[in-house]
Design a protein. Structure first.
Length: 308
C-alpha cells in the first residue's frame, strides 16, 4: 500500500475564539479535541503518518496535550510555521505578528513530507467520508508522474459548512461536468440570513453564493511535488506586495492551487462528501460542537473512548 500522510495545520492564533488555544480545547467526553477525531478517521481510512504544523512557542503545550499521545498510535512528525521563515532577502515587518497563511503553513513540511499527503485544518471536523475518498484517490488514482500536478479535494456543500454564530470564509468552487475543479474563489463572511445567503469578497463587496455550491474546507489531497510549486511561488508573492500588504497579506493554499488550474499545470478532482462540517470558528461554537460529538457517539459513529 502506498504511504500517505495526514498534514494538520495547527499554527493558527485563533484570535476570534477568545482566550486559550482553540485547537487544543477539549470537545469530547474524555477530553478529546477535534484533531483526535480527524486523526481517528484518517487512520481508519488508511493514512499511516501524521505531520503537525505548529508554532514553536506552542510546542510544549501541543506535545503534552496531543502530540505525545498520538505518537503512541501512529508515527508523528512536526513542522514549524513562523512569521520570520522567509526566503533569502526578505524580512517580516515589525508590525506583523502572525504567519503568512495556509500556503506558507504547508510549505513548512517541505523536506519532511515525501509521500502524497492530505492537508486539513486543526479546528475543523470533516466527517469520515472525505478521508476515505481522498485516501482511495491518492492510493489508486493519483498519478504522481503526470505532466500536470494531479490533486484532489473534499467537496463539501456550502449549506453543510455554516456557523450559527457568525460569518465564515470558504473557498467557493466552480466544478466542471467531469468532476474536476474549474475555479476556487476565497469568499468571506458567508452567512444565512432571513433574506437568504450573503457573502463578500476580500474587499468587502457583496457576492452571490448558493447553499448547494461546493466549497473547499482546506481538505486537499496533494502530491509531494506540489511543495516545489509553493516554494517557487512564495518569493513571487512576497515580491508583489506593497508595504501595507506585507503587514497582513496571506499566501493562501487555495489561491496557489487555483493558479495551477488556470495556467493548465494542475488538475483537481472534486470528491463530493455529504458530511456536515462543524468547528470552533467562534467561542460560541464550542457548546454546539461538544453536543455534536455527543450525538455522534450516541449514534455509534464513534466509541465513547476514542483511543482504547
Amino acid at each position: 500500500m502506498k504511504d500517505t500522510a495526514l498534514v494538520i495545520m495547527a499554527a493558527g492564533i485563533g484570535s476570534r475564539f477568545g482566550g486559550g488555544i482553540k485547537q487544543l480545547t477539549p470537545m469530547g467526553p474524555n477530553g478529546e479535541i477535534i484533531m483526535d477525531y480527524s486523526i481517528h478517521d484518517a487512520m481508519e481510512a488508511g493514512f499511516n503518518r501524521v505531520v503537525f504544523i505548529i508554532r514553536k512557542d506552542l510546542e510544549a503545550d501541543f506535545k503534552e496535550i496531543v502530540g505525545d499521545r498520538i505518537a503512541k498510535i501512529i508515527p508523528v512528525a512536526y513542522a514549524y510555521q513562523e512569521v520570520d521563515d522567509l526566503p533569502e532577502g526578505y524580512t517580516a515587518p515589525a508590525e506583523r505578528n502572525k504567519p503568512w497563511g495556509t500556503g506558507h503553513a504547508v510549505l513548512a513540511v517541505r523536506g519532511i513530507v515525501h509521500e502524497p499527503f492530505l492537508v486539513i485544518n486543526a479546528d475543523d471536523y470533516y466527517g469520515k467520508e472525505g478521508f476515505h475518498r481522498i485516501h482511495d484517490y491518492m492510493v489508486h488514482e493519483m498519478d504522481e508522474n503526470a505532466e500536470y500536478i494531479d490533486m484532489c479535494m473534499g467537496g463539501f456543500m456550502l449549506k453543510n459548512t455554516l456557523s450559527e454564530n457568525g460569518g465564515v470564509a470558504r473557498g467557493v468552487c466552480e466544478v466542471r461536468e467531469d468532476g474536476t475543479l474549474a475555479r476556487v474563489t476565497e469568499t468571506y463572511n458567508i452567512r444565512r440570513t432571513e433574506h437568504g445567503m450573503e457573502a463578500t469578497d476580500a474587499e468587502g463587496n457583496p457576492v452571490a453564493v448558493r447553499e448547494d455550491q461546493h466549497v473547499s474546507m482546506n481538505m486537499w489531497g496533494l502530491p509531494p511535488r506540489f511543495l516545489d510549486v509553493l516554494a517557487e511561488g512564495f518569493p513571487k508573492f512576497l515580491g508583489g506586495l506593497s508595504e501595507e500588504g506585507r503587514k497582513k497579506a496571506e499566501y493562501l493554499l487555495p489561491a496557489m492551487i487555483d493558479e495551477q488550474i488556470q495556467n493548465g499545470t494542475g488538475r483537481v478532482r472534486v470528491l463530493e462528501t455529504p458530511d456536515r462540517w462543524f468547528g470552533v470558528t467562534y467561542k460560541e461554537d464550542r457548546e454546539s460542537v461538544t453536543a455534536a460529538f455527543a450525538r455522534l457517539i450516541a449514534e455509534g459513529v464513534y466509541p465513547e473512548k476514542l483511543y482504547s
